[in-house]
Design a protein around this ligand. Structure first.
Ligand code: ZN
Length: 457
């Protein structure tokens, strides 16, 4: 272990990550003022946002003032990208604040909800992202000397190069094997490189637990992972899924984490099994988080348990900084202290605002439905689809859900149906009707699963 790197990281973590709320807000405000001026001076799109409210950066006196600036949506971002290409021959001319020769990386989103959007980074921004990755793994106990298998789709936005670089920045050793080469290859490279940790989707983890005996002649616990980092899908936020992974991998510590080529990063902690939900927001010194009403875009208070559309503002970004960027993602936040002792906000990503449904006046989100269903794992596999025969978001009850059981007989299934129905009424306050399917019936998707299926009425 590199003692100097170790000492440096400890100091940094202590200074920023354990700051009081007031000190952190002061740091955010100081950085926001600098960032506003930078954005205003260098980007016509950002300048236009200030002009829309008749203000210059120095007229913005506090966070409430700042919230008057119109948010930028993903659609608007796509339009600006296209206009930049047409007028200037590159996708970032109108948004980026750095000179073209300073841009060293462009990260593209997966594009599951339309044309991919681009994140533009200078060397400084790459260093910020690296540091955020290092913070997450450091919190989880990863140190130089540890070997991590990166078994995600390497070409994807979050799971590819930025993650490899972040692990190297921490000083740990990354093995970017990727899942494109298949499960056998991941297992072969695991045997050869003797890793301590794996980064993968939780469903790939469950698949490894099922398939390891057949493919390696040994249970998955023999692979020797001490950490399993869930990424790319939401299962890692579910206690039952974490328990299954921990047992299957012989007592490995299970973490859920998020964050790719930008400044919004989070990781769960060991207290997540004691009722402390969500991931710790570890990058608050680089990212100002707001919650907005999904329809009106009016800011909502960041109260314990609040749900809203996330909007973020980068606070120390030089390439293509985002300012009040509303991605269309729904977030729930928790502000009360976590049992692990780390201060700050925790959050869970609940899905896309477009996916919100209203059942008899009650708003429900597919991810919230997934969370309830996962509570009954392994009696369910976790795979399901919400069936919609209308345009939405209004649905008349019962909400129809096609769902896989975990291989039950008829009396067991009847009991499960009743139990899940009661769970939906109690936790989500909606009435649902389930169509049960045998395990493995629904198609598994390599990217983010689409929970809603539209059917003819
Ligand atoms: Zn915690």
């Amino acid at each position: 272990m590199n003692a100097q790197a170790d000492a440096h990281r400890r100091l940094w973590n202590e200074r920023v990550e354990t700051m009081s709320r007031d000190a952190l807000r002061a740091l955010q405000w100081q950085r926001l003022q600098r960032q506003m001026q930078y954005n205003y001076d260098r980007s016509p799109v950002h300048r236009g946002k200030f002009e829309a409210i008749g203000a210059r950066p120095q007229d913005i006196r506090d966070f409430d003032d700042f919230a008057r600036i119109p948010p930028m949506t993903k659609d608007e971002h796509r339009r600006v990208q296209q206009e930049s290409l047409e007028r200037h021959g590159n996708p970032y001319a109108l948004m980026a604040c750095a000179r073209p020769e300073e841009i060293v990386r462009i990260n593209a989103t997966s594009g599951t909800s339309g044309t991919p959007t681009l994140y533009t980074l200078t060397a400084h921004d790459v260093a910020v992202v690296n540091e955020m990755h290092a913070r997450k793994y450091w919190r989880a106990g990863i140190r130089p000397g540890h070997v991590m298998i990166q078994a995600l789709s390497l070409s994807m936005f979050t799971g590819g190069l930025p993650l490899s670089q972040g692990i190297m920045h921490l000083g740990a050793c990354v093995v970017p094997v990727g899942i494109e080469g298949g499960t056998q290859r991941v297992l072969d490279i695991t045997r050869l490189s003797a890793p301590h940790a794996i980064v993968a989707t939780p469903s790939f983890g469950q698949y490894l637990i099922e398939e390891a005996p057949r493919l390696t002649g040994k249970p998955a616990s023999a692979l020797g992972f001490r950490w399993f980092f869930c990424a790319g899908e939401s299962g890692g936020g579910n206690p039952e899924v974490r328990r299954t992974l921990a047992e299957g991998f012989g007592g490995a510590r299970i973490f859920d984490h998020t964050g790719g080529g930008h400044a919004f990063h989070g990781i769960s902690c060991d207290a997540s099994d004691d009722g402390c939900e969500g991931m710790h927001f570890v990058s608050e010194d680089h990212c100002l988080l707001e919650l907005l009403d999904p329809a009106s875009k009016v800011p909502l208070p960041l109260a314990h348990g609040a749900i809203g559309e996330m909007a973020f503002t980068f606070l120390d970004w030089r390439g293509g900084p985002f300012m009040r960027y509303a991605l269309g993602d729904l977030l729930q936040v928790w502000t009360e202290p976590c049992a692990c002792g780390m201060p700050g906000i925790r959050f869970a990503i609940l899905g896309r605002t477009d996916d919100m449904l209203t059942v008899k006046g009650v708003n429900v989100y597919p991810q919230a439905i997934a969370n309830e269903i996962f509570r009954l794992y392994p009696r369910v596999t976790g795979a399901f689809r919400i069936l919609l025969d209308g345009p939405g978001p209004k649905v008349s009850p019962p909400l129809r859900i096609r769902i896989e059981h975990g291989g039950l007989d008829v009396p067991q299934l009847a009991a499960l149906d009743e139990e899940l129905g009661a769970l939906f009424r109690r936790s989500l306050r909606i009435r649902a009707a389930f169509e049960w399917l045998a395990p493995g019936t629904l198609p598994r998707e390599a990217g983010k699963t689409k929970y809603i299926e539209r059917i003819a009425p």
